[in-house]
Design a protein around this ligand. Structure first.
Ligand code: 3H9
Length: 699
């Protein structure tokens, strides 16, 4: 196994290259190899210093997460890190790519650290429901100071090499070849007689928790705010505090127990599932890696409304020149002015500087009519949701777009097969369902019409990647994966209000699950009229036997469109966005219930939770069964990134497996008997429940 860590020498410096593609994860083979080669270098009389470096694209990006489900094997990573303290020759970590988690902890165990300018480093363990468990919580505060250490450990966001140098994590930035730069650095250490720096030893003391009460409180608050309901950031802080209260070996011992508890927690298992689920989305069974995406050098966007502007900004942010077209110069002028305001906001928030704003703005040009789209490799139509309008646009596009251009429609539920059919090139037509705000939301639902060419789909998925989004593929059906699986939750929420629950009760149950906002507050934010228009457009296809959202319609008929109208499910005072319970909503609900013959009653939180969640899960099962989603985890990724479902619950399908499909199926059957047709149980749910099966794991 030692071949995962090599042994080479340059002069009196031994180089230990770690070669475990793709990310040099610190699995058992690498840990064994490091121990063996470190001892060899320590005993080698021809060697005075040691450099540890990663082969390929990165320094180790962490422990091997796949090993977390297996029994642990020695040497543990903490053993390797602590062993470095005992090596009497200076050891230099040469960092490129991403030194993350255990990778950074390995580097912290080394006596010196040098890095390429583009390297990034950090401790993202909290995102996996754990914390740096190989003494990162002890060594990072000693090396970088408490505030910087907590920033990295609690927030889990990596920093670049220059910032890491400012924080004291990196000793030198190496321009040019990292390996020779690291060897030269080691030789200078030897020449200068610089003593080794042991990061487990106190450097002037890091103080007591009392000394740092304000800093600790700051990170507890940030953890509560940004990682609502998640335990690992607090475990991480507790572990750092141990290091202030106990000597290093005792703190490390305490860490081990806490780490194991975290690793075996439901939250960590769900977060690890989410990590791999996210990576799985890129794998499309019948589109292998050999199908090349089409080259995209420039793009066009049709429509400068909210969606079109956000899409244009997202494309421009990734470096693509974008032409935005509208029907009049006035609409273009307004659109471009709004885009400029969006960038001003980014500057104000410190996300980019003025120069970067100007660079990005310069990539976006406006035009009236479609003629300017002739050169675009990708055209995203972002007109409003009206099938006839979209068909008309695509017929025109067919005449203007160059051969091979990918023609995408941004829609959240329309029949894209029908849109593709108006063109003479249905193979080039795909769906790109962006979420609002399109430039900020990480999810991109890539929709695959029946006739779309594999390379057009590969291009949509690649576009997600280059624009920093998570692309998830869906087949065509009404609402695709995201909206189709969420609609039943919203529908139940409104039925529950009709039956006697207060909007605030319904929302509180769902925020209690860890979602940042309840579905009714979200409707108020996005506008109740959006789904009202959709229901109106589908009136002809409505199943007369299924229960209908009369109350939601009534709210709209009364002008209660949500925040923009000052009233929706809640009231909003003085133009504010703070939802206030409104007795008028109850009066309207009582009225609609009377008209519909709905009996009003006290409704328990358990019923609210089960009806909202199980309705979505039942629909998710249908989506999976029909092949609209390739795998259950794709539905989960949609919920994590599209609807802020708590990552530490994995996603709705993962949650279903945790609850047990037999239990859910039994309740779905009961709701079906009580509430009728829209609760038709999914055949897949029925089958898996009977077999004792799961959606997200093998039986
Ligand atoms: C830790 O270190 C605990 C310690 O504190 C204590 C221990 C006692 N393990 O993301 P990509 C796979 S916890 C196993 O597509 P990119 C990944 O699944 C760890 N596998 O590439 C994928 O496989 P496949 C702390 C891993 O360039 C392939 O590598 N570290 C691991 O977009 C390529 O990944 C982290 O949390 C791993 N650690 O991004 C960092 N990492 O091809 C986790 C990746 O079969 N990793 N894989 O689908 C990342 O954030 C990104 O992978 C990285 C590269 C930024 C490195």
């Amino acid at each position: 196994m030692s071949d995962l860590v090599g042994y080479e020498t340059e002069g009196r410096v031994a180089i230990l290259p770690i070669d475990n593609p793709p990310v040099n994860a610190l699995g058992i083979g690498v840990r064994e190899g490091l121990m063996r080669q470190l001892d060899r270098a320590a005993a080698d009389d021809a060697v005075d210093a040691i450099v540890i470096i990663g082969m390929g694209r990165t320094f180790p990006a962490g422990a091997d997460i796949r090993e977390f489900d297996q029994p642990t094997r020695e040497p543990h990573l903490i053993g390797v890190v602590d062993h470095l303290d005992t090596i009497e020759k200076p050891v230099v970590a040469a960092i490129h790519g991403t030194a993350l988690g255990g990778g950074l902890e390995l580097a912290l165990g080394c006596h010196f650290r040098v890095a390429s300018p583009s390297a990034r480093m950090g401790t993202p363990e909290v995102n996996l429901g754990i914390f740096p468990g190989a003494a990162g919580t002890q060594r990072l505060p000693r090396v970088a100071g408490l505030d910087h250490a907590l920033e990295l450990i609690v927030l889990g966001k990596p920093v670049g090499a220059h910032k890491a140098k400012d924080y004291g994590i990196v000793d030198a930035i190496i321009e040019g070849d990292l390996r020779s730069g690291a060897v030269a650095f080691a030789e200078k250490i030897l020449a200068d007689g610089t003593p080794r720096r042991i990061s487990s030893e106190p450097r002037g003391g890091i103080g007591s928790p009392d000394d740092h009460a304000a800093t600790i409180a700051k990170y507890r608050d940030l953890a509560n705010h940004r990682m609502r309901g998640q335990e690992s950031p607090h475990q991480a802080i507790d572990s750092v505090l141990d290091g202030m209260l106990m000597p290093y070996p005792d703190a490390v011992q305490a860490d081990r127990k806490r780490f194991e508890t975290c690793k075996n927690s439901d939250q960590s298992r769900a977060l690890r599932y989410a990590f791999f689920a996210e990576r799985e989305t890129a794998k499309i069974p019948d589109i292998g890696k050999d199908i090349a995406q089409r080259a995209i050098a420039n793009a066009g966007v049709i429509g400068a409304g909210t969606m079109g502007r956000g899409i244009a900004v997202s494309l421009a942010d990734s470096g693509l020149p974008v032409t935005v077209v509208e029907t009049s110069q006035e609409a273009i002028d307004t659109g471009l002015a709004e885009i400029a305001k969006l960038y001003d906001g980014m500057v104000r928030r410190g996300r980019i500087d003025e120069a970067e704003k100007e660079r990005r703005l310069a990539r976006i040009t406006g035009a009236v009519g479609f003629d300017e789209l002739g050169a675009a490799d990708l055209i995203v139509e972002a007109a409003f949701e009206d099938l006839d309008v979209k068909k008309e646009i695509f017929a025109k596009l067919d005449a203007v777009a160059k051969p091979g251009a990918v023609l995408a429609t941004n829609t959240s539920y329309m029949d894209i097969d029908a849109i593709a059919a108006v063109t003479n090139r249905p193979a080039d037509v795909i769906g790109l369902h962006y979420f609002v705000p399109a430039n900020a939301m990480r999810l991109l639902e890539v929709v695959r019409p029946a006739k779309a060419a594999p390379d057009a789909i590969a291009t949509g998925m690649a576009l997600a990647r280059v624009t920093g989004k998570v692309g998830v593929l869906a087949r065509v059906c009404h609402g695709f994966i995201a909206n189709r699986s969420r609609l039943p939750l919203v529908r139940e929420a409104t039925f529950l209000v009709e039956e006697g629950a207060a909007p605030a009760q319904v929302d509180a149950v769902l925020t209690g699950l860890g979602m940042p906002m309840g579905p009714l507050a979200v409707s108020d934010l996005s506008g109740l009229d959006v789904s009202w228009r959709m229901r109106q457009s589908l009136a002809g296809q409505r199943d007369p036997d299924a229960r209908y959202m009369h109350l939601a319609d009534r709210m709209c008929e009364l002008g209660r469109f949500g925040i923009k109208a000052g009233k929706g499910w809640y009231r909003y005072e003085d133009g504010g966005r703070n939802p206030v319970p409104d007795p008028e909503t109850e009066a309207i609900a009582i009225e609609v219930a009377r008209e519909q013959g709905t009996e009003r009653r006290d409704i328990s939180d358990d019923e609210i939770r089960e009806r909202c969640l199980y309705a979505a899960i039942n629909e998710g099962a249908k989506i999976l069964d029909e092949g609209i989603a390739a795998r259950a985890s794709d539905i989960d990724v949609m919920w994590l990134y599209g609807f802020a479902y708590p990552r530490w619950r994995g996603g709705i399908m993962y949650t279903a497996d945790e609850i047990g499909l037999a239990k859910i199926h039994a309740r779905v059957q009961q709701f079906h008997a009580e509430h009728g047709k829209h609760w038709d149980p999914s055949p897949l749910l029925e089958r898996l429940a009977a077999e004792g099966g799961f959606f997200t794991r093998p039986t």
